[in-house]
Design a protein around this ligand. Structure first.
Ligand code: IPT
Length: 915
């Protein structure tokens, strides 16, 4: 469907003659790069919409064109025969070498090769590449990311000697029953080819390819990525392959690797760098994969295009299962009811097949690639079926994935995105009983397939909640092969003055704002709380501390637990090793407390960790992969001697506390609102008929409550204040009873009872007591869950203990400001500020969540970017009796009912001290 790029004037730019354009008319640009990040034009972000009219196959007239010219010399080895290879050009190009049109490119994230034999000369080659930002192919490349044109991947000349090796496809297999491997080799070469696999003692003539039994091998898996080096030697060329022997298959609706059921503990990864866009560097790729492995991730979907080729060398080596996706998405057609979708138009079949074939050919020799994915969100149509059919014929050793095929007629896994908990449960359960009598053949077929969520738990902003519930489903039903979190990296672009940009920041008239900021790691790979929680649910060793024993579940598919050491520790300050013995993959052991631990009088907190016993390629010995704990915290003693406080410390009208010792502050104000998170701003997929919580809170007035003093009394033992907190124009409230007692000049206790009055039309975000201290925050030290933040459905991965953070770690620097940073399970906390510290001790049975911030909630709710937040020099402290969960409503279910906070009473007794 190539309609050419003849959109720019014929100005002679392709000529061999260097005089046609004055040298100073050109400026230098690095390659690889996106020109919009190099000072020419601007990036633009849309999620699903095309940024131009749907007028197939025409690109818009306002189509930025980038002309590249390079003058270079070549070695005789290359002039004897070579291809010119481009690893990625967005979105289309005309390539000329020495005045000859070599051809055009389509497929931004696919490799293009041009035979330059006979055209390439030893000196003074002029390579001229005209790149168009948009082309007919843009209709196939509507992925949710920045539109960023340019030659953004490597360009290389590759010698192609006549007696060299032109193609090789090594299909490996592993038979778990007898531990042997097989290699099915296809070679195309200009001379005889010898195959050598030194480690397996193989050295044979492989000119005709064929199936070679390699005897006993160690299989490849994400847990143990064993690779064998194989060399193919022809007269003119040596090619090195790294073979991983493994089998991926489906049996009775269960996904198996090397005969064992596996679970994808996966993430979706776009390529992104805040400075360079989709220009991948070895450092970033390695950083991403190390972070994934360190957080127990075992699989990655290359959403939604083949990654930089070097990425797959690393996944082979480090051990990650890869769902390798073709560069294809036509999502913008959804806006017009999929009318004219290229997926169903035979005229586009060639383009679809071409994309898939180039995807498969480039990456077919990587052991880590276990599934080919046809693309993302491209509707349905026979062109997708044709891609599947070709792929199945060419490479039956891998499975085929495409989420859009809900009927699963041409794929090998039933895949969905963001399916809610109940639906996932039904999908897991349905294959446990025989198919209904009236099931169609297609339904029967789909029942034979495993299920995976190619996207689930949308990691946008403060979230995602619900990881535990999904994981429990995956762990319960054998058909459920896990899933892939959306997504790994937030695609913020660095702004010159600091901070990150998202959609709309470049003046785009059509954009999707911060929907491009939805990752488990920030643009510079800052670990977000969602990743800490995910590491807990993806752990290979699930640890539960019981009353007098430790339960450990081995969640590896293959490995026993000998690669991990288990350590117990109890506060205060005792620890020891926990011997767990032999525990095979999938088994559970219950190990009694060792004597040292069992004999402790009153351990407050018992923690057991699983850590790497030895260095690995991705983390050093001692790296913690799993943790369990049990908390037996005693209540602190309440002060014995108390008296009535001095009214001088309270505001005469509001009866709020104004000072404590030398600390000047104001509070408490009863609060039920939070600065809406991204998830609060969208209705969950399970309740799309309701407005999102942020809106319902605003309509009810949670964000603008005021407090009236109903009554007060002072007698010799206490100051008693009754309050009513309510929004303007509404008749529901939170009624407060505060009983203040003096402990010392700088310490008070307060008994607080909060009761909802009237009928609240919406759940609360929290129920808390807000204080503002008149000095900037400097840090927080506490006894409770930490060190990271936690919310009721996003609490895993934090652990009980004494924690401390500095001013910068109080909050999560979400690119778009929102509520963050609550520390839950708190029994005691010291908030330090420039003017002294406030210590809060919980004297009643329940714990509280403490949020400390340099910004008010109003500021967080109304500021567009983190770097635009202006601190007001005060410390905003919330002590919450209850909090709502966060959910994953931006894509997927909202907060589960059990984590919502329907209006309810709460009580707490606090000791407040200026220290
Ligand atoms: C889903 C897309 O597949 C993914 O690319 C991303 O855009 C995600 O949404 C949102 O961040 S598709 C959508 C209809 C759920």
């Amino acid at each position: 469907m190539s309609r050419g790029l003849t959109v720019a004037p014929a100005d002679g730019w392709t000529d061999d003659d260097l005089s046609w354009a004055p040298v100073d008319a050109w400026s230098d640009i690095p390659v690889p790069a996106h020109w919009v990040l190099e000072g020419h034009g601007k990036p633009a972000y849309t999620n699903t919409r095309f940024p131009f009219a749907i007028d197939v196959p025409n690109p818009p007239d306002e189509n930025p064109i980038g002309d590249y010219r390079l003058i270079f010399d070549a070695t005789p080895e290359l002039t004897a025969g070579a291809v010119l290879r481009f690893d990625g050009i967005e979105s289309a190009a005309e390539v000329h070498l020495n005045g000859r049109l070599l051809g055009e490119t389509r497929g931004s994230r696919l490799t293009h090769e041009f035979d330059v034999s006979g055209t390439l000369r030893e000196s003074g080659n002029v390579l001229a590449v005209r790149v168009a930002q948009f082309s007919d192919a843009s209709y196939l490349e509507d992925q949710d990311m920045w539109w960023m044109p340019g030659i953004f991947r490597d360009v290389e000349l590759v010698a192609t000697p006549a007696d060299g090796i032109w193609d090789a496809f090594a299909v490996t297999d592993y038979e778990a029953l007898d531990g042997t491997g097989t290699l099915d080799l296809f070679v195309e070469a200009g001379s005889p080819v010898q195959l050598r696999i030194p480690e397996l003692g193989i050295d044979l003539d492989a000119s005709d390819g064929g199936v070679i039994g390699v005897g006993e091998v160690e299989p490849w898996s994400a847990e143990n990525p064993r690779l064998y080096e194989a060399v193919l030697v022809s007269a003119g060329e040596t090619v090195t392959l790294r073979l991983g022997f493994r089998r991926i298959e489906v049996r009775d609706s269960v996904l198996l690797v090397n005969g064992e059921p596996i679970q994808f503990r996966g993430v979706n990864r776009h390529e992104h760098d805040p400075e360079k866009g989709r220009v991948a560097s070895p450092e970033r790729m390695k950083q991403d994969l190390l972070l994934m492995k360190q957080h127990n991730v075992n699989a990655v979907r290359t959403s939604h295009y083949p990654p930089h080729p070097g990425f797959l060398d690393l996944t082979d080596e480090l051990g990650l299962y890869v769902v390798l996706e073709c560069d294809l998405e036509t999502h913008g057609f959804e806006e017009i009811g999929w009318k004219g979708n290229p997926s169903a138009d035979p005229e586009w079949r060639g383009a679809y097949l071409d994309r898939m074939q180039r995807t498969v050919h480039r990456d077919k020799n990587h052991a880590s690639v276990v599934i080919w994915s046809l693309g993302n969100e491209a509707g349905t149509g026979t062109n997708l079926e044709a891609m599947a059919a070709w792929t199945r014929g060419f490479d039956p050793s891998r499975l085929i994935h495409y989420e859009g095929d809900w009927a699963s007629t041409y794929v090998d896994v039933y895949s969905r995105m963001y399916a809610g908990f109940e639906e996932v449960r039904r999908i897991g359960e349905e294959v446990l009983t025989p198919a209904p009598f009236d099931a169609t053949a297609a339904q029967i077929h789909r029942r034979s397939l495993p299920f995976m969520q190619c996207e689930y738990a949308h990691a946008m902003g403060n979230g995602p909640g619900g990881l535990q519930e999904y994981q429990e489903l995956f762990d319960t039903y054998p058909r459920l092969a896990g899933g892939f979190i959306w997504e790994w990296i937030e695609h913020g672009l660095s702004l010159p003055g600091g901070g990150y940009a998202y959609g709309g920041d470049f003046g785009e008239d059509v954009h999707d704002s911060n929907f491009v900021i939805d990752g488990l790691v920030g643009p510079n790979r800052e670990v977000r709380p969602g990743l800490v929680a995910l590491a807990h649910w993806y752990t290979p060793a699930r640890i539960t501390v019981l009353d007098d024993a430790v339960r450990i579940e081995n969640r590896y598919a293959f490995a026993d637990l000998s690669g991990l050491t288990f350590t117990w520790s109890a506060s205060p300050d005792v620890s020891g090793e926990l011997k767990v013995g032999d525990v095979a993959a999938g088994e559970v052991v219950v190990v009694p407390f060792p004597d040292d631990l069992a004999n402790l009088d009153l351990p407050e907190i018992v923690t057991v960790t699983a850590a790497l016993a030895a260095d690995t390629a991705w983390a050093p010995a001692g790296h913690v992969v799993g943790r369990g704990e049990r908390v037996w915290l005693e209540l602190p003693d309440a002060p014995e001697e108390t008296s009535a406080p001095s009214v001088g410390s309270f505001d005469p009208v509001s009866l709020k506390l104004l000072s404590l010792g030398s600390l000047s502050l104001e509070g408490p104000e009863v609060g039920v609102w939070r600065a809406p998170t991204d998830n609060d701003r969208y209705p969950g997929w399970d309740e799309r008929d309701l407005p999102p919580y942020a809106e319902r809170w605003h309509v009810a007035g949670l964000d603008r409550t005021r407090t009236r003093v109903v009554s007060s009394s002072l007698d010799e033992d206490a100051l008693r204040v009754s309050t009513r907190t309510a929004p303007a124009g509404r008749d529901f409230s939170v009624d407060g009873e505060f009983v203040w007692r003096r402990v010392s000049d700088s310490a008070l206790t307060v008994d607080v009872t909060l009761t909802p009055g009237g009928t609240w039309p919406v759940e609360w975000a929290r129920l808390g007591l807000d204080f503002v201290i008149d000095a900037a925050p400097e840090g927080l030290a506490w006894l409770g869950q930490g060190p990271g933040p936690s919310y009721p459905d996003l609490a895993a991965g934090t652990f009980a203990g004494r924690h401390q953070v500095g001013a910068d770690e109080l909050y999560t620097p979400h690119v778009k400001p929102q509520e963050s940073g609550a520390r839950a399970g708190v029994r005691e906390a010291t908030v330090s500020t420039a003017a002294g510290a406030l210590k809060v001790t919980v004297l009643s049975v329940d714990d509280v969540a403490v949020t400390v911030s340099p910004w008010s909630r109003q500021a967080l709710a109304t500021t567009g970017h983190h770097h635009e937040l202006e601190a007001d020099g005060r410390t905003h402290v919330s002590i919450d009796l209850f909090q709502s969960g966060v959910g994953t409503a931006t894509c997927g279910p909202g907060v589960l009912p059990r984590y919502r906070l329907a209006a309810k009473p709460g009580r707490v007794t606090l000791l407040l001290e200026a220290v």
